[in-house]
Design a protein around this ligand. Structure first.
Ligand code: 26Q
Length: 756
């Protein structure tokens, strides 16, 4: 049956007498029906991608596109006087992720299904997910973000598991979400919840009783982990997730005829960072319960689980006090002790122990010893893991280590979010790139085609105009569409150095005051949430919002410079921002950003990167070449050496460089204190002067010079368009289809599924 006929059936009456909500839910039903029809038999071996986060974004239009019925439905609706956009906007974005790691998991699910591989995601169904960011008095405040009722895509399943904690147990409820590949297969995202959840537990903002585990377990994603109660709750969540996952995986494998010692013939489990690490002892425990010997259980699990590392920040590597694990799930503690004992007997080097001398369990260490694959997420990141952070492990297990440079799905980040650019590309090189991203390279043939380059510029202009309308309509933010759009959109963290960008903008403010006007007005756009307990990150948000206000009110400066921070940056807003970006800020301290994926989305949409030699920027640089990217700052070797020498003093740079000093001092200038909170601004300034752990100051000069070069190059519109073209075509490498093919060839070894 055609999609429109199905839709009409689900509407049950003539569309003209339906409410918007009836139409929305009929659309959802149509999608679910078609997904069910498309499902085919599973292959013997299946991938389970276990992750505490899946940052999916809205599903409606992406699903229509992937099913190949977008145009048909759009046509039908418009003939009846509706725009599809209206229904798109009714969907609440699932709130199941923080940032890069969660979004990567979502891109991977899309590519796995598109490539017709059999692989499900497993995670948790957080009712309020990540908080909603609301600005009050130029500060971030946090509110709950309910999304479940307004989605419609989740379906309850008739499966339930029991998870036992030390003093009590909970019943798990399984929810299913169809993952529909682009002209490909259909898989599932399986999300676990508890039966006894109580949304009423949430008091003011995002406060709730952190000790009432039976009622709070799946309320929030990563509850505040700045105190022990929050940390303990996080361990409860993790154990709940992996215990459900392990039970589900074993059930499915047994159903297919698995005898358990041959588990790795039926399952491969990719764990997304260390958050699901407890799946290793939990699976060993369950296999032994089902009759396997300890040795056989350890061997079966070690052949099945693979680990991806997403960070080299020491503070983000999870270590849990063994007392926490004893409090939550004492049944896995003896197994962890056995695993650690085996390591200790084999290796003299204390740094590779799982349990350290302070009785803390190093989750990554357990993963590396007992997984068959360990991968980093960009070439530089993987080599830093091998040579620095994890070098003692690399010596022991050189063959386990491999790199899988991240990627993004072009369906969401080009086909769906930038239709005019998609059409232009299609006109030039045909439709092939939609299934085979390598075909994007063909665009290079048009590097000297002025007509094509002008069209690229025109599309960028139109996207900027659309963004202006959207931001005005939704957030009352008014932008000058003829200015340069410079964007830094990512989680707020000191290592990402939003503060460096802010210092540049203060410098620009001074220049304008002195009469040195930019060639064209500049709009600096930020989008970022800070972790609720991360004080300095919130201070940086405060600084940016105050600067924005100060400049807005200064009539001499405001025609030339505007600073805005969009509220509650999420996937939905990213899809509007990215097509409109001219300059993509990727300015992390070299060695600290594992990969970055926003950098890939922005280049794919014709933004030019201004960045350090960090994460995947290094590979972007290699692909597009010096002329098509703006690289500045110290490289990772210099930075790592400085950390080793422990002799960095930010104050030296401040005292040596009057321009820098003037910008830093301005943070607590009288004008700023009039607008902002003196305590917060002073704290931030002191942090920079006395610590600056992420070394903002040494890169200030080269950042300023390089950014000013980019702004001046921008004025040669045709040569800028050529840079855009090289970025769009070079982005082909960063398709998550390429990444997933590599995972499959090197780690998973899944066969393709039969197609319908
Ligand atoms: C750990 C312990 C306690 C509480 C929270 C956490 C925690 C939570 C989230 C640790 C890490 C995360 C998220 C990390 C993340 O998003 N990493 C990003 O992963 C991307 C995908 O690989 C990379 O592109 C980014 O460079 C990396 O920062």
């Amino acid at each position: 049956m055609r999609a429109t006929d199905l839709l009409k059936n689900f509407l049950e009456k003539d569309i003209s007498s339906c409410t918007n909500s009836e139409i929305y839910f009929a659309l959802v039903k149509t999608i679910k029906h078609l997904a069910k029809e498309k499902r085919t038999k599973e292959t013997k071996k299946k991938l389970y991608y276990v992750s505490a986060e899946f940052l999916l974004g809205r599903l409606l239009t992406n699903n229509l596109l992937n099913l190949g019925i977008y145009e048909e439905i759009e046509d039908f609706l418009s003939k009846n006087g509706y725009s599809l956009e209206k229904f798109e906007e009714m969907e609440a974005e699932p709130s199941l992720g923080n940032g890069g790691l969660g979004r990567l998991a979502a891109c991977f699910l899309d590519s796995i299904a598109t490539l017709n591989l059999c692989g499900d995601g497993i995670g948790l169904c957080y009712h309020f997910g990540l908080f909603k960011q609301v600005f009050k008095d130029s500060k971030q405040t946090e509110e709950i973000n309910p999304w479940l009722d307004a989605s419609g895509f989740l379906e309850g399943e008739n499966k339930s598991y029991t998870v036992s904690f030390k003093d009590f147990s909970v019943s798990a409820r399984l929810l299913n979400l169809d993952v529909i590949g682009y002209m490909g297969g259909v898989n599932s995202l399986r999300l676990f919840d508890i039966e006894t959840i109580d949304e009423g537990l949430v008091k003011k903002g995002i406060d709730f009783d952190k000790e009432d585990i039976k009622r709070n377990l799946t309320l929030f994603l990563y509850p505040d982990d700045s105190d022990d109660k929050g940390r303990l709750l996080r361990v409860y969540q993790q154990y709940f997730m992996v215990s459900c996952a392990a039970q589900l995986i074993l059930d499915e494998c047994i159903e297919k005829g698995c005898k358990l010692y041959d588990l790795s013939d039926y399952a491969v489990i990719q764990i997304n960072d260390t958050h699901p690490s407890m799946i290793i002892p939990e699976l060993i425990r369950l296999l032994m319960e089902k009759g396997l010997s300890l040795d056989d259980a350890i061997s079966a699990v070690s052949k099945t689980v693979a680990y991806t590392n997403h960070t080299i920040l020491a503070e983000a590597l999870e270590k849990w006090d063994i007392s926490f694990l004893k409090e939550v799930a004492p049944q896995i503690v003896p197994i962890i002790e056995i695993l650690d004992g085996r390591v200790r007997r084999k290796f003299p080097d204390e740094t590779v122990y799982i349990i350290d001398k302070d009785d803390r369990v190093h989750m990554a260490n357990m993963d590396i010893h007992y997984c068959f694959s360990v991968n980093g997420v960009a070439a530089l990141h993987t080599s830093i893991l091998k040579e620095n952070e994890l070098s003692s492990f690399y010596k022991i297990y050189p063959d386990k280590f491999n790199n899988k440079t991240n990627g993004i799905t072009f369906r969401r980040w080009l086909l769906n979010s930038n239709k005019p650019l998609t059409d232009l590309i299609k006109d030039k090189i045909g439709n092939g790139f939609k299934k085979d991203p390598a075909e994007l390279k063909k665009l290079k043939d048009y590097a000297k085609d002025e007509k094509f380059l002008n069209r690229l510029l025109e599309i960028k202009r139109e996207s900027k105009k659309r963004l202006c309308d959207y931001l005005y309509r939704t957030q009352k933010i008014a932008l000058n569409e003829n200015s340069v759009f410079d964007m830094q959109i990512k989680r707020l963290h000191e290592y990402k150095r939003q503060q460096l960008n802010a210092l540049y903008l203060i410098d620009k403010y001074f220049e304008i005051k002195e009469g040195k006007l930019p060639l064209r007005p500049i709009t600096a756009i930020f989008g970022a949430k800070a972790a609720p307990a991360y004080t300095i990150a919130k201070d940086i948000i405060h600084l940016i919002l105050c600067l924005g206000k100060l400049i807005e009110a200064d009539k001499a400066v405001s025609p030339h410079l505007k600073i805005v921070m969009v509220e509650n940056y999420n996937v939905t807003i990213a899809e509007k921002l990215i097509p409109a970006c001219d300059i993509s800020e990727q300015i992390s301290l070299a060695s600290k950003e594992a990969s970055g994926t926003g950098n890939m989305k922005l280049m794919l949409n014709g933004a030019i990167t201004l960045g350090t030699m960090d994460g995947a920027n290094v590979e972007i640089h290699k692909i597009v070449g010096d002329d098509n990217i703006y690289i500045f700052g110290e490289d990772s070797k210099t930075v790592l050496l400085r950390y080793k020498q422990k002799n960095y003093k930010s104050e030296d740079y401040y005292l040596k460089n009057p321009a820098l000093k003037r910008c830093v001092d301005f943070i607590t200038d009288e004008k700023m204190k009039e607008i902002g909170d003196e305590k917060s601004l002073t704290r931030l300034k002191t942090e920079l002067l006395k610590k600056d752990y992420f070394m903002t100051f040494p890169d200030f000069e080269s950042y300023k010079e390089t950014k000013d070069n980019a702004l001046s190059d921008y004025e040669d519109r045709i040569s800028w368009a050529e840079k855009m073209l090289y970025n769009i075509s070079g982005a082909s490498y960063f398709s998550s289809d390429r990444t997933i093919k590599e995972y499959n060839e090197d780690i998973w070894h899944l066969e393709e599924r039969n197609k319908k």
